[in-house]
Design a protein around this ligand. Structure first.
Ligand code: NAP
Length: 247
């Protein structure tokens, strides 16, 4: 897909799905701003820049903190002066049954997975309105649609992403800005490596396509929604799960 002359922000791009999204944009010649919590994101940006011959910068920070997000957008303005695509991908899990889950663990997952998407989208929309163009893609999960034992915090955050996506989509539709979400199923990344073997086997047995998804499978869906091919699609949730939701 062609992203030449587009400036794209991907949060949580150090590994997993975020990194795969960054690589699809880089293949399409986008200019990239990549974030993660540590400075290792600089190396990721450098590797992608050299591999695809595109401009890419890494910005370390906590995307759930408004001052860090303000600093991020200052850098975007100084370096590129505009933003065309924003992928709110950063996410964490802190699993446990609800009766044992601490309020801190509930709050921190909501902050990183949901509050961050609100704070980042607010800043992104301000820039996109100036250009009368924008594509926002938020990372939800099938767990946000159907719930999941041991993930009250995570499921609530991912359901919240769907409400946020639909609301923002309605608010900015007139400005030529689309806002959509992708809801992955079970994808092979560090996040799912943490899932116990038994739970993993149970999940896999429920997938009609009989295998976990790869980060690239999600990246292609994100790229489609961020491309001009999807210019009349807004407020939608694209499930990418090998058929898991059919069960
Ligand atoms: P992952 O491999 O664990 O990567 C998570 C990314 O988020 C890392 O780059 C991490 O940066 C970044 N991050 C975490 N907290 C952050 C914060 N406070 N500020 C900035 N960056 C932060 O996860 P993944 O599996 O690729 O998941 C990516 C997204 O897809 C998440 O929103 C996740 O909920 C969603 N998702 C995943 C699956 C799945 O099966 N894997 C399914 C459905 C939805 P550091 O490297 O600095 O930690």
């Amino acid at each position: 897909m062609d992203f030449e002359n587009k400036v794209a922000l991907v949060t949580g791009a150090s590994r997993g799905i975020g990194r795969a999204v960054a690589e699809v944009f880089a293949k399409g010649k986008a200019k990239l701003i990549l974030t993660a919590t540590t400075n290792s994101i600089d190396n990721v940006a450098k590797e992608i820049s050299e591999k695809y011959g595109v401009e890419a910068i890494g910005v370390a920070g906590d995307i759930s903190k408004e001052p860090d997000v303000k600093d991020l957008f200052k850098i975007i303005m100084e370096k590129f002066g505009r933003l065309d695509i924003c992928v709110n991908n950063a996410g964490i899990t802190k699993d446990g049954l609800s009766m044992r889950m601490s309020v801190e663990d509930f709050e921190s997952v909501i902050n990183v997975n949901l509050k961050s998407a609100f704070i980042v989208s607010k800043e992104a929309i301000l820039l996109m309105m100036r250009e009368k163009y924008g594509r926002i893609v938020n990372m939800s999960s099938i767990v946000g649609i159907r719930g999941n034992v041991g993930q009250a915090n995570y499921a609530a955050s991912k359901a919240g992403i769907i409400g946020l996506t639909k609301t923002l989509a309605s608010e900015v539709a007139k400005r030529n800005i689309t806002v959509n979400a992708v809801a992955p199923g079970f994808i092979d990344t560090d996040m799912t490596k943490a899932v116990a073997d038994k739970a993993r086997e149970e999940f896999l047995s429920l997938i009609p396509m009989n295998k976990a998804g790869q980060p690239e499978d999600i990246a292609e869906a994100v790229a489609f929604l961020a491309s001009d091919r999807a210019k009349y699609i807004t407020g939608q949730v694209l499930v990418v799960d090998g058929g898991l939701m059919l069960k």
